[in-house]
Design a binder for this molecule. Structure first.
Ligand code: DMJ
Length: 673
């Protein structure tokens, strides 16, 4: 059959149908014909014989079946599509979908009730890393006691009551919400924390385990809640007046800029994680994802940006398992590398992270010894994580060079080193305070980080502590407090920076790792001194620098303060050492001392509208002269160490598995016990 429909042009033509009968049509009536055409025609006839109602019912049934068919086809299609997408997603690289594909799960438990838009936490909770046995280490000769469970631990009801006294009710509700979902964390690195060059080609994974592997949650106690409240108050000020800027100026309700990189926010990330402040963490994470840009024409100090930014990002990566932080760490790490392009390979102090140029300070070609020798934990860890050895090589070279240098005095180092000659300069002045402090700290901590194998580091550390004992220790009058003074060209000065108060904690950490037991004894006497630097002062807060009395004088205390030194910058060192001492001895007096200090920070440095401020005069309780600045380390270090000090959970950053950088950012020990 051919069918033709009228064409548009030409004279009107009638439509017509022409039917050509094929041979089968000509078959005679009565003959058997079962051809398709014949069957079709007889069906048609039968259809015509049906009543209109019957035809309508049948048509309706067909229509109904057709609709059902279409619906089920669509949903099968969706299912198929999502299966296909999933397998495509699986093929994408981690860079393309950084938040979905995590190398390892988070350390802290995923929130019990994840918000709809927090899918990444769901992802985290799906993964199951290997279970680790909990091992305690330490020299047997020290009889180190583990902290006991705090007898003040509250039942849930008691805790709530305690909180109500501390914070307004709405804040409490928020705190509780966070605590319920995040607390009880057991933070342990996984077993894959091997030294970098054993498998340098394979990028490393974060050191995390998952909720299921964790032990019974240890309840948060009243003092920890007070720290959480203090943190939230500080954070409120930062958020309201300085969001995304370096430091809060809480009195003028504004901010100050140092590098223009959101220093306080980055420094505080892992503290929020450890304190269980999920909402705050998520908000800050968003800022890091969207607004933290290192491609800026700005000079940054190599040391400060390494310990605060690189260190902060690396530890947050380890705690959260979120690869965003590792990506950012790589970015800043690479941008800091030009600092090492010097004739001696001793890095310059400053780097322009946008231009890729570096230089010393304008007035000298020297760098500070503490600065060039306290970036190693971070760069070494960056190599381990990325599989790129250039970071570690650069900083190891500095340590090796310093190891061989002359100009030390029984292991004590001068404060400056020249970037051209690679030699120490300004010889003859030795301190454990500013410009030298963290050199000593990082000798021990690198040795621990690397699995206690790098003997030169240990050698230098042990020699230096002997140097301290020989040249810098004295006792004050009237209380006979042992303190660490300074040596300038053979003359002893009874001056001690608050910065030196890192030393008791470091000594205790060394003793815990098997070093001489008398280091622990020295730690105990020195932490008493550091506490007295607070307790003997009118506000109960330490000044920046004290001078100890060497001779008993009527009416004089051990501690003297010069007018230029009576400021307090909210520094962490004493609280840091109290934390180590409590962890290793279980002696509750250390917690009590820390509690006093926290209360005095609240009394004299808290700004009602949000934030805490440095003060100019620790000797004047009626007017401590607020300075209008909250340093980033108050959130990064001071409050974090407070929280850990008050905790009775030795697995909350287990010191056999993590080593803190000098800005209180925990990094994994490569070969944990
Ligand atoms: C921090 O940036 C670090 O702790 C550094 O090692 C010393 N100074 C401050 C805190 O006081």
């Amino acid at each position: 059959a051919a069918m033709y429909s009228g064409a548009t042009a030409g004279p009107p033509r009638r439509d017509f149908i022409s039917i050509t009968l094929g041979p089968e049509e000509a078959v005679g009536v009565g003959g058997y014909n079962n051809s398709k055409a014949r069957r079709r025609r007889s069906c048609w006839r039968k259809w015509k014989q049906l009543s209109r109602l019957q035809r309508s019912v049948i048509l309706f049934l067909f229509a109904f079946l057709a609709v059902c068919g279409v619906i089920s086809f669509t949903s099968m299609g969706e299912a198929w599509k999502s299966m296909t997408n999933k397998s495509l997603d699986d093929q994408r690289t981690e860079e393309e979908i950084p938040r979905l594909k995590l190398a390892n799960p988070a350390v802290l438990p995923a929130p019990q009730k994840a918000d709809a838009n927090h899918g990444d936490y769901h992802e985290l909770s799906l993964q199951k890393p290997p279970k680790l046995p909990h091992v305690r280490r330490g020299p047997s000769n020290l009889q180190i006691k583990a902290p006991q469970r705090d007898t003040r631990l509250k039942t849930r009801h008691d805790t709530m009551r305690a909180v109500e006294e501390l914070v307004e009710v709405d804040k409490v509700e928020k705190t509780e919400k966070s605590i319920i979902s995040w607390r009880g964390a057991v933070i342990e690195p996984d077993q894959s924390t091997e030294p970098p060059f054993n498998k340098i080609t394979e990028p490393e994974k974060p050191s995390s385990v998952e909720a299921e592997d964790q032990k019974e949650p240890v309840p948060i106690n009243e003092r920890q809640l007070a720290v959480i409240e203090a943190f939230r108050h500080a954070w409120k000020g930062y958020k309201d007046f300085a969001w995304g800027h370096d430091e809060l100026k809480p009195l003028s309700k504004s901010y100050s800029e140092w590098f223009g990189l959101g220093l306080t926010l980055i420094d505080a990330l892992d503290t929020m994680w450890i304190l269980g402040l999920k909402e705050e963490f998520e908000e800050a994470r968003k800022w890091v994802a969207n607004d933290l840009i290192f491609d800026k024409n700005v000079d940054v100090n190599l040391f400060e940006s390494t310990i605060r930014i690189l260190g902060g990002l690396l530890s947050t990566y380890h705690l959260s398992g979120d690869s965003l932080f590792l990506e950012k760490a790589k970015d800043i790490g690479n941008r800091l590398m030009p600092a090492f392009k010097t004739p001696s390979k001793i890095p310059y102090s400053d780097v322009n992270i946008g231009r890729g140029t570096a230089h010393p300070p304008r007035w000298t070609s020297d760098s500070t010894v503490a600065e060039v020798t306290s970036i190693q934990l971070e760069f070494r860890e960056l190599s381990r994580l990325t599989g790129d050895e250039k970071f570690q090589k650069a900083v190891d070279e500095v340590m090796k060079h310093v190891h061989t240098l002359s100009g030390k005095n029984d292991g004590l180092v001068p404060m400056f080193i020249n970037t051209n000659s690679g030699q120490f300069t300004h010889l003859g002045v030795y301190t454990l305070g500013a410009r030298a402090d963290s050199y000593y700290e990082y000798l021990l901590k690198q040795w621990i980080q690397g699995g206690k194998k790098e003997n030169e580091l240990l050698e230098d550390y042990m020699r230096a502590i002997e140097g301290v004992k020989k040249h810098l220790l004295q006792r004050s009058e009237p209380k006979k407090l042992t303190f660490v003074g300074e040596l300038a060209h053979g003359h002893f000065s009874a001056k001690m920076d608050h910065l030196v108060c890192f030393l008791p904690g470091t000594l205790a950490l060394g003793a815990h790792n098997g070093l001489a037991a008398d280091h622990m004894k020295l730690a105990e006497t020195l932490i008493e001194t550091c506490y007295q630097m607070y307790a003997q002062v009118e506000t109960g807060l330490s000044p920046e620098i004290v001078h100890f009395n060497l001779h008993a004088q009527k009416g004089h205390k051990d501690v003297e303060i010069k007018p230029a030194d009576r400021h307090n910058l909210l520094r962490p060192e004493t609280v840091e050492s109290l934390f180590y001492m409590y962890r290793f001895t279980g002696d509750k007096k250390y917690q009590d001392w820390g509690w006093e200090i926290l209360q005095n920070f609240n009394r004299y440095t808290r700004v009602p509208t949000g934030g805490y401020t440095s003060i100019n005069n620790v000797q004047n309780p009626s007017n401590p002269e607020p300075r209008d600045k909250m340093e980033s380390f108050f959130l990064g270090e001071t409050l974090k160490y407070m929280f850990l000090l008050f905790s009775d959970d030795i697995d909350l950053i287990n010191l056999d598995k993590y080593v803190f950088n000098t800005e209180a950012h925990p990094l994994p020990i490569w070969v944990p016990a």
